[in-house]
Design a protein around this ligand. Structure first.
Ligand code: NAP
Ligand code: GDD
Length: 328
């Protein structure tokens, strides 16, 4: 019989790719969606799946809405991807971030415990929990030291998931995912901010690009590859936690170079360092060790950073060209 899944955060980057993957595997997919005053389903539309998902309205901060969703969908699997996920915003709205990104996880776990504790649960944990890194290459065994209210909230959700596994035998898995990007990435994140600017500069409708700390290093992969790892975690015999990463780290500066080079421009002619984009506390370096995911899940990243940035620049060139045609 086909399986059923609930996905919170389905209108976000990962939610869209995961929904597509689950639909391709024959799942019935329910999207748990927070009410917003304007429609935000553009990612599902880009993937052509907006009419294949059933929607249930609710909010991660409202446990009753989660219980209602679980009772309606009766899922086999529950993927919690919803969160206030932008690190920069987490200093401006720390309490909202704690409530949705942190307590929201506990609300999901309680909804499962109270309704049907056989539901398998995936929690979107993050490399941001490593923060002030305690080891040069981070694995499942590396101690955490979060550097932002977002990282602290995620750490709460991470340990709550482990605690519910140990206390109530809930099949809860945490994917400690390193940064992953795509043409569906939100514009506020640095890769997409860069590829959008590259397209606009190339097409003559933007002059320069203001960035903060371009010496920060990230382990960047493709979101389309990473959602497969999420699904694989819930197909194992035993629940566990996994680092999902490429094993390569690159500075923001070099990522800019790759993006500008792709359209034949020199990033140094356009990038302006703007202290407005510095963070109160920075995560200088992230580099993941995906060995366990490879050994247990038979998962590995397939897309290089160069191919990823190319895919993103091309998508942004198409979007900006379309915008310009509409204006003509
Ligand atoms: P995203 O694009 O920001 O998507 C997050 C989604 O959660 C959005 O659709 C958002 O809706 C929704 N949401 C926010 N608050 C909510 C609430 N209170 N109730 C219900 N839904 C709510 O993030 P993503 O990049 O897809 O990431 C997916 C998950 O993985 C997030 O939990 C993120 O923290 C985590 N993660 C991401 C990465 C990465 O590099 N992408 C790495 C590690 C972990 P609105 O936009 O309408 O608020
Ligand atoms: N967003 C942004 N904008 N970041 C900039 C800028 C800028 O103008 N200039 C430099 N950066 C630097 C940030 O300071 C950070 O060191 C790095 O670029 C990456 O920033 P983001 O793309 O915003 O991602 P993040 O690493 O803070 O967080 C993302 O990855 C986490 C996993 O490690 C998000 O997706 C989180 O939700 C996720 O958990």
């Amino acid at each position: 019989m086909n399986k059923t899944a609930i996905v919170t955060g389905i209108f976000g980057q990962d939610g869209a790719y995961l929904a597509k993957l689950l639909l391709e595997k024959g799942y019935k997919v329910y999207g748990f969606i927070a009410r917003r005053s304007t429609p935000v389903d553009w990612r599902l539309k880009e993937l052509g799946i907006e009419n294949e998902v059933e929607y249930i309205e609710g909010d991660l901060t409202d446990v009753s809405s989660l219980i209602r969703a679980v009772n309606i969908a009766k899922p086999d699997e529950f993927y919690n991807l919803g969160a206030q996920s932008f690190v920069g915003t987490s200093w401006k709205q720390p309490i909202l971030t704690a409530q949705s990104t942190g307590l929201g996880v506990l609300n999901c776990l309680e909804a499962i415990r109270l309704s049907n504790s056989d539901i398998k649960f995936y929690q979107a944990s993050t490399s941001e929990m490593f923060g002030l890194i305690q080891e040069p290459i981070q694995s499942e065994k590396t101690p955490f030291h979060p550097r932002s209210p977002y990282g602290v909230a995620k750490l709460f959700g991470h340990w709550m998931t482990i605690n519910y596994r140990e206390s109530f035998n809930i099949f809860g898995c945490c994917g400690i995912l390193f940064n992953h990007e795509s043409p569906l990435r939100g514009i506020e994140f640095v890769t997409r901010k860069v590829t959008d600017a590259v397209a606009r500069i190339k097409l003559g409708c933007q002059k320069d690009l203001h960035l903060g700390n371009i010496d920060a290093k990230r382990d960047w992969g493709f979101a389309g590859d990473y959602v497969e790892a999420m699904w694989k975690m819930l197909q194992q015999d035993k629940p566990d936690d996994y680092v999902v990463a490429t094993g390569r780290t690159t500075t923001v500066r070099d990522m800019c170079k790759i993006a500008f080079d792709y359209v034949g421009l020199n990033y140094e002619d356009y990038v302006v360092i703007d202290p407005k984009f510095y963070r109160p506390a920075e995560v200088d370096l992230l580099l993941g060790n995906p060995k366990k995911a490879k050994e247990v899940l038979n998962w590995e990243a397939k897309t290089s950073l160069e191919d990823l940035i190319k895919m993103m620049v091309e998508a942004d060139l198409r979007r900006v060209n379309k915008e310009l045609k509409v204006k003509d």
